[in-house]
Write a protein that binds this ligand. Structure first.
Ligand code: GDP
Length: 170
């Protein structure tokens, strides 16, 4: 199955989005031996098509100082293994340099990338999402992972970007 990766800083709502998309179809899969970080895989069905999805924020290190490098490591893995990548930002916060750096890395990776500006719970918040256009994504989707807003438009585009499935038998 094609693979979608969800990237972004802690607390932006990656796992809320992931849980909403996967429902109960998810599993915690250990990484290679020696690496303590977990990546959480699940499956998502979208209008009759299936994909795997990975939440790259599965486990966040306790040490604040390690967080940026861990996000980058996860993004590198995502660029290697995923077919399409969703970067999630918290639309209620200021655009910060770790977001710019992560965006730059993802945009250079040559894979289809989508920006989900999360926590846009009401229409009144939507203008804030515009700030994040500076990150340089062509595809910017204001969403509310918690209230299920905007996710349809996002996933339509993400699935559109995935390689065509061969059969439906997995
Ligand atoms: P992660 O660390 O990126 O996986 O973030 P989480 O999914 O754990 O979410 C972090 C916090 O943001 C939690 O308190 C969520 O309830 C909250 N959150 C997630 N999505 C939304 C949203 O759409 N709107 C609002 N207002 N809060 C959200």
């Amino acid at each position: 199955l094609p693979l979608i990766a969800v990237c972004g800083r802690p607390n932006v709502g990656k796992s809320t989005l992931f849980n909403r998309l996967t429902g109960s179809r998810r599993s915690i899969v250990g990484d290679e031996p020696g690496i303590t970080r977990d990546r959480i895989y699940g499956e998502v069905e979208w209008f009759g098509r299936d994909a795997r999805i990975v939440d790259t924020g599965g486990v966040i290190p306790d040490d604040e100082a390690l967080i940026p490098s861990e996000i980058f490591r996860q993004a590198q893995v995502a660029l290697e293994e995923a077919d399409s990548i969703i970067m999630v930002v918290d639309g209620r916060t200021e655009l910060a340099s770790p977001d710019l750096e992560l965006a730059r890395l993802l945009l250079r990776g040559g894979k289809p990338v989508f920006l989900a500006v999360n926590k846009m719970d009401t229409d009144a918040l939507l203008p804030q999402a515009e700030n994040f256009r500076r990150l340089g994504f062509r595809n910017v989707f204001p969403i509310s992972a918690e209230h299920n807003g905007g996710i349809g438009d996002l996933m339509d585009e993400v699935f559109e970007s995935l390689p065509e499935p061969k059969t439906h038998e997995e």
